[in-house]
Design a protein around this ligand. Structure first.
Ligand SMILES: Nc1ncnc2c1ncn2[C@@H]1O[C@H](COP(=O)(O)OP(=O)(O)OP(=O)(O)O)[C@@H](O)[C@H]1O
Ligand SMILES: [Mg+2]
Length: 460
């Protein structure tokens, strides 16, 4: 092959440059390439490329008709006695729709470093895939409803409603006092739905300044307002596309934003602030509130039409005092949680303490119980939690509950419970002729608890 010196110099400027004919036989190889392979050009011309370079991918490229651009290849360099890596392009030569040959050319030389990074990235991608598979398997093994602790009738009822509606895509409103676990139930709803592999986006309407809430929810285009980020910002609605959006403390949403939210829900598309084109979104909405929305509607602070749009299904989570049966399971769960987190070995909560806990009104609900257990675990890192470390709980019990009673209806419930307790204690004492130890045994409570109750209710 006779090239002018200029052509030869140009072709030798690459570490490898090779041309093959339609049968994958070598038609040309530049000098640097022959040196790397330690061959003579005249010996390899006309030979099948695979017989000279066994690792070549050029035949595959020709068979598929699809080029490899930016591929990495490694060869043993006979000149230096080391492996050498290139970034190369492999291109099929096509004329009138027929592959008439192929060409491979290096685009970067000496890319050992890039190659290492590439292998690292590849390794991480493989690891990531493995993690994804493991997460998926774990997700399949664990029923998301198992993360909701409690077997009281109320909780069982809510769990079965969640199981029925999780996959429906209907909007759900979770109501209940602070700390009852609305977020725990919202999580289960998302995890149990077919949307669980997409985003679960949460936004707390009370925690974000009112004038920022709109841009957080709907996003904005670059330069939409002073201080806006140059490239704009994606909103939570877009982020939750295909998944679930949890609007926490929805009762705190300002009225003008409520109108915009209603429009978005009806039209299923959002418009970023300063944007002109609406963006289609497929979002399942869950709203949480510890406020009485009907009261807010009456006060003119919440739109009735939005309320009817978001409460297609309303799940009212009862306060802990109305499901005292859940206390032992919750205590056990939190003890184990703190043991895991702190490396401690608290054994559990004694019956007597559980009985005490079941007399308290828990204005802060499960969250308050969790903190109480945290404190008790800290005090009893290696033993069971007994009455001896419960002074602060007794103080809570003897405190003025009316101050922390969140619902008026509760006052009568608590009074009824106290009055029933007084009757039962009096009756048992009469039965035992005033023998307190015997009465405590019959009542299934510790003697100290009975003494405390006698004092509390002023029973002689
Ligand atoms: N049934 C439950 N099982 C396990 N943990 C629970 C349960 N209910 C509540 N918790 C725990 O109690 C704490 C409070 O729950 P959560 O934050 O969901 O309450 P909330 O109803 O959203 O309260 P708020 O209205 O104040 O936001 C959390 O740490 C949560 O994990
Ligand atoms: Mg919450």
């Amino acid at each position: 092959m006779n090239f002018t010196p200029l052509w030869t110099a140009a072709l030798n400027a690459f570490s490898n440059f090779i041309i093959v004919d339609e049968h994958c036989r070598i038609a040309y190889m530049n000098k640097p390439y022959t040196e790397i392979l330690n061959v003579q050009l005249e010996d390899v011309i006309g030979k099948p490329i695979k017989s000279v370079i066994p690792t070549t991918k050029l035949p595959e490229v020709m068979a598929s008709g699809k080029a490899h651009i930016g591929a990495l290849m490694t060869l043993y360099d006979h000149k230096t006695g080391k492996d050498i890596s290139f970034v190369c392009n492999r291109i099929p030569l096509i004329e009138d729709g027929e592959v008439i040959g192929g060409v491979a050319i290096s685009t970067f030389n000496e890319v050992g470093e890039i190659y290492n990074l590439y292998s690292e990235v590849e390794k991480m991608q493989q690891q990531n895939e493995l993690y994804q598979q493991t997460i998926e398997q774990l997700r399949k093994q664990t029923n998301p409803l198992d993360y909701i602790i409690g077997t009281s009738q109320a909780i069982q009822q809510i769990k079965s409603t969640i199981a029925i509606f999780a996959n429906s895509g209907l909007s759900i409103l979770l109501t209940g006092e602070t700390g009852v676990g609305k977020e725990v139930f919202a999580n289960a709803l998302h995890q149990l739905s077919s949307r669980s592999t997409s985003n679960f986006v949460k936004i707390n309407c009370a925690a974000i300044p009112k004038d920022l809430l709109e841009s957080e929810l709907f996003g904005y285009e670059g330069g939409a307002f002073t201080g806006a980020k140059k490239g704009g910002k994606i909103g939570k609605f877009e982020l939750a596309d295909g998944g679930t959006l949890l609007l926490d403390e929805i009762g705190e949403m300002p009225l003008p934003l409520q109108s915009k939210l209603l429009r978005v829900l009806q039209e299923k598309e959002v418009e970023r602030i300063g944007g002109v084109t609406p963006i289609k979104v497929d979002v399942r909405l869950i709203c949480n509130t510890n406020q009485n929305l009907t009261q807010l509607i009456q006060d003119g602070r919440f739109r009735a039409d939005l309320y009817y749009r978001i409460n297609t299904i309303e799940l009212a989570i009862p306060p802990l005092r109305d499901r005292l049966d859940d206390i032992p399971d919750l205590c056990n769960f939190f003890v184990q949680k703190f043991n895991r987190e702190n490396g401690s070995y608290t054994q559990g909560v004694e019956q007597e303490v559980l009985a005490l806990m079941q007399q308290y009104i828990w204005p802060g609900n499960v969250r308050e119980l969790e903190h109480v257990i945290e404190r008790l675990c800290f005090l009893n890192p290696h033993s069971t939690i007994g009455i001896a470390s419960c002074d602060f709980l007794l103080n809570k019990l003897s405190g003025d509950h009316t101050l922390s009673r969140p619902a008026a209806a509760f006052s009568s419930l608590q009074e009824q419970r106290s009055s029933a307790e007084i009757d039962l204690i009096r009756q048992t004492l009469r039965q035992t002729d005033g023998n307190k130890a015997k009465a405590a045994r019959i009542l299934g409570i510790d003697r100290t608890v009975l003494y405390r109750k006698l004092k509390k209710y002023h029973i002689d």
